[in-house]
Design a protein around this ligand. Structure first.
Ligand code: NZQ
Ligand code: ZN
Length: 393
């Protein structure tokens, strides 16, 4: 095992009606004035926002709500949220919704107490020094933002999507009520299940690290997602599979399934560039490129892919190379069975992209040549271009 720090301070409140505990939790963590942040209206329509507001009122917490968070959330709304938080005197920010609402809440919490342009923090031009405390009421098992240290924003003026990771981003509490997910469209559940799987895949395909427990945890989580994801897609109101998926979502991105090893996260970087340019759903951006990434990176460590195939997919194949390829195929087929794209043309609903467009994407991923990505295989502009090219059919 390599050295690690495990810090996952988020208090998780799981179960039906858990949202009624929001008021008392805000109070417990010292809040008195909460800014609620939500998306395009699903939380209003389901009555969730009203219940959260009532819970806050019952605990004597003043509150104000800011809606309109877009999937692939925008810097501009977060900036507006900072203004409102300061004007209202908020001392707590609560995201009600998916990763987009929760990430916007995190960004507002940072902007409310740090000086200067908000985007500077996402460009790592300034270090984050404190933030308002954040709470999360999750309505989709997907991004894992409710327990993660990350917040992802899109700067719409320059078409850049970027994550910021810091301890300040860890929510104080997270409400997980699987019943809140009953109203989800099948496509969003499929995107979410894929994102959850990917958060562990990105920690599983890393340089060799000899982590027995971490590997077993990761494999168990991935098997749970593969089994329950399709059931949740078929019927989001089915409490049991949605429960499993939701808990996987929080564990997959709180750090646990990668302890003692480096992270990779190449697919996320390659996918973020697609979301930034074409505004595609995060999970779909991942399913569209993972098969290409895996095929390209397979030669680095076929034994690792074979282990994945055997332990996660139960593939009985003694030949290492054949098992590895069968595992990749099974995963790509699983994405397709959920109705997700497994190539760039499928993702964008048009013919293959021109090579020049693929080059621009690859340059964008490297921040104009300023960085490489990944650890399982370190990828520069040319390698990223090759992966986009493999995904372009
Ligand atoms: O906006 P509303 O009306 O709420 O509708 C949303 C949205 O259209 C809808 N939805 C959510 N819960 C629902 C529901 N519709 C009906 N019933 C419900 N219960 O689903 C759509 C997608 O919502 P969104 O919040 O965008 O989904 P998700 O949780 O997948 O979040 C995606 C964002 O999180 C980022 C992604 O890049 C993307 O920007 N990520 C954040 C991470 C983090 N903070 O740790 C890590 C991830 O890797 C990811 O990058
Ligand atoms: Zn993700």
């Amino acid at each position: 095992m390599q050295e690690f720090t495990f810090y996952s301070p988020t208090k998780v409140l799981f179960g039906p009606d858990a949202e009624w505990q929001v008021g008392q939790e805000v109070k417990r963590f010292g809040g008195t004035r909460a800014l609620l942040v939500y998306g395009g209206g699903s939380a209003v329509k389901s009555g969730l926002l009203g219940r959260v507001e009532e819970s806050l009122s019952q605990s004597g917490i003043a509150h104000q709500a800011l809606g309109g968070v877009h999937p692939n959330p925008l810097l501009s709304l977060a900036q507006e949220g900072v203004r409102q938080a300061q004007e209202f005197g908020a001392d707590f920010v609560i995201g009600v919704g998916g990763g987009s609402a929760i990430d916007t809440a995190k960004a507002i919490a940072i902007g409310a107490v740090n000086q200067g342009p908000l985007w500077d923090y996402w460009e790592q031009k300034r270090p984050v020094a404190g933030a308002l405390p954040v709470g999360a009421v999750t309505t989709i098992p997907a991004a894992g933002s409710e327990t993660s240290d990350s917040a992802v924003l899109t700067n719409q003026e320059i078409h850049v999507k970027r994550g910021l990771s810091c301890d300040e981003n860890r929510p104080r509490f997270a409400v997980l009520n699987p019943r809140l997910c009953a109203t989800l469209p099948a496509y969003q559940v499929a995107c979410g299940a894929t994102d959850i799987l990917m958060h562990t895949l990105e920690r599983y395909f890393t340089p060799p690290a000899q982590n027995q427990l971490t590997d077993e945890l990761a494999e168990g989580l991935m098997r749970t997602v593969l089994h329950n994801g399709p059931l949740a897609v078929q019927n989001p109101a089915d409490y049991q599979p949605m429960s499993e998926l939701m808990w996987c979502g929080s564990i997959s991105h709180n750090g646990l399934t990668g302890l003692g090893a480096k992270k990779d996260f190449s697919n996320h970087q390659i996918g973020h560039e697609l979301s930034a340019r074409y505004d595609v759903a995060h999970g779909a951006s991942l399913s569209a490129v993972w098969g290409a990434w895996a095929t390209y990176c397979l030669p680095v460590n076929p034994a690792r892919f074979a282990r994945f195939a055997r332990q996660v997919w139960g593939i009985q194949e003694s030949d290492c190379q054949a098992a590895a390829q069968a595992g990749i195929r099974a995963t790509v087929d699983w994405f397709a069975s959920l109705g997700l794209p497994t190539s760039l043309p499928q993702l964008l609903g048009r013919g293959p992209l021109a090579e020049e467009e693929l080059h621009q994407l690859a340059v964008g991923v490297t921040y104009q040549g300023k960085r490489t990505i990944g650890s399982f295989r370190v990828l520069g502009e040319q390698e990223i271009f090759e992966i986009y090219r493999l995904a372009n059919r």
